[in-house]
Design a protein around this ligand. Structure first.
Ligand SMILES: Cc1ncc(COP(=O)(O)O)c(C=O)c1O
Length: 356
């Protein structure tokens, strides 16, 4: 047999499969948890006045202006913040820093499917901690016992694809007791009632990551960041690509970040639609997990997620389906505009008339 040039763990692994980005027009695209609204108008203004000549120079490798703004809003210092090319970049640095064949990673199941992929790239054992479907995907009581031996514990809060959150006090206890780094992936925290930022200040083993892809409506820009103890952030800087944030990202990201009222307005709108859709789907007999995010994890009356996914698709409404014994009963629906939600419900009612 021909020799493989790849490391055995790379040869053996499957790559991460991102959600589809269909090119067709007139789709109702509810599959990758983007914001249905445009980015802040400040982004357009700054983009319009962007001096293209600046592009002949490298960008600030440390993204200091952006990090200062993030630090100021969160009551920390610049040394407590690192920015990345999306929060995926932050995750990549984190896995490279803290996982190895003798340093396992623990994460929730179901959760963001990139974590096991990054773990395998490192050759690190991946401990998957099952959430309890019967209790709306709550954490198991023996979470810490199951995570024992891991060097990195990722808690996605609120979780994806399930949408639910976990009690803050339990999170504090986990940070206190876990003998390793606790990483809170807070990609969706702006849509939730609370977050773990205080824990990043309170404990020296905690990182909290955020993204501009969801609440800031900037998935196309690629920007994320993490906050944590200076020693942890300093370690991540060693692993960072030299110029991981281009000039557009730094400049436009800052403009969006400084427009806080617009952020709150977008999130409030999404939350209103989320609650409305939850109620309407439940009336049609769907099981809907209480959501603290900009999406719903919903199971149709016949619990056949795949068939609901296909039916919606046949009507040009694209949601996300995750095959699997538990996840296969559900689809994940991104909250869109009122018009998009109207269309989703119209199609759904045709397939599942209430009480049928
Ligand atoms: C839980 C979670 N973390 C991280 C990300 C990645 O976000 P980014 O676009 O910032 O790389 C996603 C994207 O869907 C996500 O769902």
């Amino acid at each position: 047999m021909k020799k493989s040039y790849f490391r055995p763990e790379i040869e053996a692994m499957k790559g991460y499969v991102p959600g589809e980005q269909p090119k067709l027009a007139n789709l109702v695209k509810l599959n990758t948890n983007e914001n249905p609204y445009p980015p802040s108008p400040r982004v357009r203004e700054v983009l319009a006045s962007f001096d293209y000549v600046q592009l002949h120079r490298y960008p600030d490798p440390l993204a200091d202006e952006l990090r200062d703004a993030i630090a100021a809003r969160n009551g920390v210092k610049r040394e407590n913040v690192i920015a990345g090319n999306g929060s995926d970049d932050i995750l990549t640095m984190t896995f490279r820093a803290f996982t190895a064949p003798d340093r396992p990673i623990a994460c929730l199941n179901p959760s963001y499917s990139l974590y096991p992929v990054l773990g395998r790239m490192q050759g690190a054992p991946v401990i998957r901690i099952d959430l309890d479907e019967a209790r709306d995907f709550a954490l198991p009581d023996n979470l810490l016992e199951q995570a024992e031996g891991a060097n990195l514990l990722i808690i996605t809060r609120p979780n994806a694809p399930t949408g639910n959150s976990f009690p803050l006090e339990t999170m504090r206890e986990v940070c206190r007791k876990f003998d390793g780094v606790v990483f809170f992936d807070e990609a969706y925290a702006d849509f939730a009632d609370d977050n773990c930022m205080e824990l990043a200040k309170e404990f020296d083993n905690v990182l909290v990551s955020r993204t501009f892809s969801k609440s800031f409506a900037l998935a196309g820009l690629r920007l994320g960041y993490a906050v944590g103890a200076a020693a942890l952030i300093d370690g991540l800087f060693k692993l960072k690509d030299s110029y991981n944030l281009n000039r557009f990202t730094q400049t436009l990201g800052l403009a969006a970040y400084l427009d806080e009222p617009y952020l709150h307005e977008c999130c409030a709108r999404v939350r209103v639609e989320r609650e409305r859709l939850t109620g309407e789907l439940r009336e049609l007999g769907f099981r809907v997990v209480p959501s603290s995010t900009n999406f719903l994890f919903a199971s149709p009356p016949d619990q056949d997620g795949e068939s609901y996914f296909r039916k919606l698709r046949s009507e040009a409404v694209i949601v996300r389906y995750f095959p699997g014994e538990v996840t296969g009963k559900y689809v994940r629906i991104t909250i869109g505009t009122p018009e998009e939600m109207h269309r989703l419900l119209e199609v759904t009612r045709r397939f599942y008339p209430a009480g049928a």
